[in-house]
Design a protein. Structure first.
Length: 756
């Protein structure tokens, strides 16, 4: 990009963006709505400091959350200022602070070449400590311990404070883990002895350095005249305190973010950092980037109507000059399997009619387990896809573990399945013993199963006892497979093998996801059994069907032209022309685990806002009336978040929706959408009218509704019918409401009370 000798890059900015670039001194918070060009503002701001204010790049610190973001920003800055951009202190929080720690390591008793432990290193050390302390690794699971220590460090709680804090001790005792504090202490001491820091230490120790060595803090405060932070809403307590201290002298701190996109509380992100930023910097200048360049007016306004329901937020009015665009499509499915089929059909037809590519589409979901039905449906339509941030449902470890149990129960000669399950969960059968069994089978010309049944001829001691127990277990599974249908047998195997118990006891985010995934596999087996077209309902028939579905060739072909599938958390920062948000049901989205407090529910609503704003041109929302959960077909209610959308931006898609009658559990919103009668002018979203229906509100029979009649609507309030359109099946009434203005309602869905 060649900007010439003038500062022509400013000409490409709108007024608020330009203000964000040229307002260089003093504390500044740039609230950047979705699709508003925040990266451009941040990079041009840095370029402007160097080029127009002659600021030394060595005195600018810019912090990001990913190496990719840092690299892209540096490249853009370099296109404006040249090689000077290479002298910026720019990178992720961890990389920049690791650089400082290496320079000052001796102050903390570390060598400058200290090792940085990754997650696997940390967990391996924790596992060793648990073993050395003779603790039960089924109680003190390494993932649980690791996450507990990580959370403490991100809250700047040292092991000394942890051990002396009665609240932590009480929590650990209640969770049957009273030795957690001692493990934390030992872990820190072992890391220090090994001259190693883990990822959390890079933040924790930087805070310690600045707190205990004021001369060091002062040195870096003087060095960095300007501090900039990207994605500020994602910072945790530790990250914010470091940046706050660094900027304390010059006060030239600029943070860029969007509180409406704060969705990482489970990683330690604290939304209060952005909400309360002004309290720490009273002279703060707030600049709002409110023009969205990404999405249609319909999508932008719908997203605004959703996030408007949150109380904890920094108010802004995001708008766009883009076209009005199509209404958001609401797709209703009878069950989750049909939901997958309807979504796949919509993609297939849109591709053909609009001459689109697979890469134009994205399917977003709340949990990874939802990918299963989508994958199967896309495969049936021969639509290439790629799962981002995860693996194919049937390739996930926990799924392959249970499938291996099923495979070996059906086929005792399946060596690969045996190797996977013989010591899973751990039962004291090590790899050396397994090799003895395999060698014995080969040398004696018999099957591995025969050796296992006569194991004492080849193996003795505890291993032989453990194998005897395993053989007995598999025999009991074999009986179940022969006498029960696939679901009953698989449920028994999942439970009695110990797999379900092990996953259930792991209360980490990863553990809960794995447990949900296994439950989803059982749901798939239940659907297989309940399908009236399934003739053979035994586990062998199910395994055969799965073996055909899991041919990964379809997932590897097609290059980059694939439908993208991912969780909404993974989608943050991305955009796609056509987006499907699936599983819009209560207890799924919002998640049942996020309903205990207003803060949790508002984070879920922000997650929905992020999902909506990924779409550029068209958006579909889908929900199922019934969904298999824990092996049972449960009736579902549409998500409360669907009611948050202003109904003028959404319509029920009858073409792709289930033809079944709505169940009584469908909330009233599904029958209450208004028609698409809107102006194509640049109409900005205004706050939704709040109306409390009259105490005696009961919908009237509108078959004889006429112009001039007074009516009441449960959402829009009181009004007068000013025009009727009774041609065709879709009878409409234009009503002028006292507060909501003119609305054209489909009488099939609208609930109107005719006033006498």
């Amino acid at each position: 990009m060649n900007f010439g000798e003038s500062i022509s890059y400013l000409d490409s900015l709108n007024p608020p963006q330009r203000e964000g670039v040229v307002t260089t001194d003093g504390p500044c918070m740039i609230i950047a709505g979705a699709g508003s060009g925040k990266t451009r503002v941040l990079t041009y701001r840095i370029a402007h400091l160097i080029r127009e204010h002659d600021v030394d790049p060595f005195s600018i610190m810019a912090l990001t959350f990913t190496n990719k973001a840092a690299a892209e920003m540096r490249e853009r800055i370099e296109s404006v200022v040249g090689n000077d951009a290479r002298n910026l202190w720019m990178g992720t929080f961890h990389s920049v602070f690791a650089r400082i720690l290496r320079a000052e390591a001796s102050k903390l008793g570390y060598p400058s070449n200290f090792t940085i432990y990754d997650t696997d290193d940390s967990k391996s050390l924790i596992r060793a400590i648990i073993k050395e302390m003779n603790l039960d690794d089924k109680v003190y699971k390494q993932n649980v311990v690791y996450n507990r220590i990580s959370a403490a460090k991100n809250r700047l709680v040292s092991w000394r404070e942890y051990l002396n804090n009665p609240i932590y001790q009480s929590d650990d005792a209640a969770n049957m883990k009273p030795e957690m504090g001692k493990i934390y202490k030992t872990y820190v001491e072992r890391c220090f002895k090994a001259d190693a820091m883990d990822f959390d230490d890079l933040l924790f120790n930087t805070n310690v350095l600045f707190k205990e060595h004021l001369d060091v803090l002062n040195k870096y405060q003087q060095r960095f005249r300007y501090v900039l932070v990207d994605e500020f809403q994602d910072t945790n307590v530790s990250q914010y305190l470091i940046t706050k201290k660094l900027a304390a002298v010059h006060q030239n701190i600029a943070v860029v973010g969007d509180d409406a996109q704060s969705i990482y509380a489970f990683r330690g992100a604290d939304i209060q950092n952005i909400l309360n930023f002004e309290k720490d910097f009273p002279d703060l200048k707030v600049i709002k980037l409110e023009q969205n360049y990404r999405s249609t007016q319909t999508i932008v306004n719908a997203a605004n109507s959703v996030i408007d329901k949150n109380k904890g937020q920094l108010k802004k009015n995001v708008w766009t000059d883009n076209d009005s665009g199509d209404l958001i499509e609401l797709v209703k499915a009878n069950n989750d399997n049909e939901e997958g089929s309807l979504v796949a059909s919509a993609i297939f037809e849109e591709k053909n009619h609009q001459h689109l590519s697979n890469k134009d589409f994205a399917i977003l979901y709340r949990t990874n387990s939802q990918s299963r039905a989508m994958e199967e449906a896309l495969r049936r339509k021969n639509i290439k896809y790629r799962i981002v941030g995860g693996v194919s449902f049937y390739q996930r470890k926990e799924i392959k573990d249970l499938l291996s149990y099923l495979r070996f129960t059906v086929n005792h000669n399946d060596e690969q399945a045996l190797r996977r399950i013989i010591n899973l969960p751990k039962r004291g059968i090590g790899p050396t013993t397994v090799e003895k069994v395999v060698v014995a089978a080969d040398e004696n010309g018999v099957s591995i199963w025969e050796v296992l049944q006569n194991v004492r001829a080849f193996v003795d001691g505890r291993s032989a006892n453990a194998i005897d127990g395993f053989v007995t277990l598999i025999k009991s599974f074999k009986i179940a497979v022969e006498k029960k249908d696939a679901y009953e047998a698989a449920s028994q195997i999942a439970k009695n093998s110990g797999l379900l118990k092990e996953l259930y006891e792991d209360k980490t985010i990863e553990g809960l996801n794995r447990y949900e995934n296994v439950q989803e596999l059982l749901n798939a087996i239940k659907e297989f059994v309940d399908n009236p077209e399934t003739e053979d309902k035994q586990i062998g028939a199910f395994l055969q069907e799965i073996s055909l579905l899991t041919d990964q060739d379809t997932n590897k072909e097609g290059g980059d032209d694939v439908v993208t599938m991912m969780t909404i958390h993974m989608a943050k920062g991305l955009e796609f022309p056509y987006v499907f948000i699936v599983g819009m049901e209560e207890d799924l989205f919002p998640s049942q685990m996020m309903l205990s407090s207003r803060a949790d529910l508002e984070e879920e609503r922000r997650l929905f806002y992020v999902a909506i704003t990924r779409s550029k041109k068209r958006l579909w929302l889908s929900y199922a009336l019934n969904r298999y959960r824990f092996g049972r077909l449960k009736t579902c209610e549409p998500s409360r978040f669907l009611e948050d959308i202003d109904p003028s931006f959404i319509r029920v898609n009858k073409k792709y929706s289930s033809k079944t009658q709505a169940s009584p559990s469908e909330s009233y919103f599904a029958k209450n959408f208004v028609s698409n009668v809107r102006s194509n002018s640049n109409k900005k979203y205004t706050n939704q009218i709040v109306h409390t229906p009259s105490a005696d509100f009961t919908p009237s029979d509108t078959s004889n509704l006429a112009e001039g009649q007074k009516v009441e609507h449960p959402k829009f309030g009181f009004g007068e019918v000013i025009e009727m359109d009774i041609n065709g099946a879709n009878r409409k009434a234009k009503v002028k409401f006292d507060k909501a203005g003119e609305k054209t309602l489909l009488l099939t869905f609208a609930k109107l009370r005719i006033l006498e």
